[in-house]
Ligand binder design. Structure first.
Ligand SMILES: Cc1ncc(COP(=O)(O)O)c(C=O)c1O
Length: 328
């Protein structure tokens, strides 16, 4: 492989577990935020497989896209540099901070689309259109869909599920679901959709069907049978939509930071942690739970979230940060 496949830590979150009424050894985190690749995140594994495929096909250019705060776009720009490929990003407008700033530091060519956020399918079409344009200019582009969620990319998460199964045998794994590839790959690796609870962050319409299709494709790539059961998603944490913060996410973000110094991001992992807080209320005592931390730190530092992060909400009242985080 041209990009290294990362080896990431797996460790308990004892203080957060206690705040949630769990035993200290019952709550774990898989640190997919520590993958390396210009800031880290779940795209590193997907991109290791995707870039190898692009190079094997003789491509000289990666093309992808997303929101201005796309972690996937930032990490694709990083992957292209390491592999010696060109990189074009098609992004929706946003402030020049966080991921967008890093895209520029990494030297990607950026096209910011007019108007506000685009529907998912239109953004995918804009990535394809940019790739066709580059092909017309004599380049050999490789178009990567939003989030790197092809069956090949998703398959990169099957080994992570196997590692978790061997080392911890968790009762439940909780992960943010955006384009769905990470959840799909985990489900493929476990061979069971029921082990993985995806927290829908509101990015992709028809997410459950997309995850089931990706999981079957990922299993096929990994030489595994398609996972049993149906995809499990919590739609309740998305709030008013993708990238729009919620009070529950802020409470979860503060609780994780203040309990075990775990930094989450507003768009994905804070909503996923809020989903975990809700889920553990319903679990039998003694269930071992793993939170897959998928990264996103540059998004935490984006200017647009600064006021939200410092705002006074019920979660930051005198009752303390865990006030809304504890099971009722
Ligand atoms: C930080 C972070 N977490 C989670 C996700 C969701 O992963 P997936 O798109 O595979 O569902 C993304 C995707 O962009 C992400 O950047």
């Amino acid at each position: 492989m041209i990009l290294p496949v990362p080896d990431t830590p797996l460790h308990p979150l004892p203080n957060l577990a206690r705040r949630l009424g769990m035993d200290p050894g019952e709550l774990w985190v898989k640190r997919e935020d520590l993958t390396g690749l210009a800031g880290g995140g779940n795209k590193a594994r997907k991109l290791a497989a995707i870039v190898a495929d692009a190079v094997a096909r003789g491509c000289d250019h990666l093309v992808t896209g997303g929101g201005a705060q796309s972690n996937h776009a930032r990490m694709t720009a990083a992957a292209a540099n390491i592999a010696g490929l060109g990189c074009d990003l098609v992004l929706t407008p946003g402030d020049e901070s966080g991921n967008l700033l890093l895209d520029r530091v990494l030297g990607a060519r950026i096209r910011v689309l007019d108007g506000g956020p685009l529907p998912y399918a239109e953004l995918e079409a804009a990535i394809e259109a940019r790739a066709r344009e580059l092909a017309g200019q004599g380049r050999r582009p490789y178009a990567i869909p939003i989030g790197g969620s092809t069956a090949l990319g998703a398959a990169a998460y099957a080994p992570v599920a196997r590692e978790l199964a061997e080392r911890l045998d968790p009762g439940l794994v909780v992960v943010a679901a955006g384009s769905g590839g990470t959840q799909a790959g985990l489900a493929a690796g476990f061979g069971d959709h029921g082990k993985v609870l995806g927290i829908d962050v509101g990015a992709r319409p028809g997410l459950a069907a997309a995850i089931e299709e990706l999981a079957a494709g990922a299993a096929d790539h990994a030489g595994l049978p398609a996972p049993t059961g149906r995809c499990r998603l919590d739609p309740a944490q998305a709030g008013e939509g993708y990238g729009v913060p919620t009070d529950a996410a802020l409470a979860a973000l503060r609780a994780a930071a203040r309990a075990d110094a775990l930094l989450l991001d507003p768009v994905y992992t804070a909503k996923a942690m809020a989903g975990l807080f809700a889920a553990v209320r319903e679990l039998p005592q003694g269930t071992r739970v793993v939170f897959v931390h998928t990264g996103g730190l540059p998004g935490l530092l984006a200017t647009r979230y600064a006021d939200w992060l410092t705002s006074a909400t019920p979660a930051s009242s005198a009752a303390g940060p865990a006030a809304t985080a504890e099971p009722s």
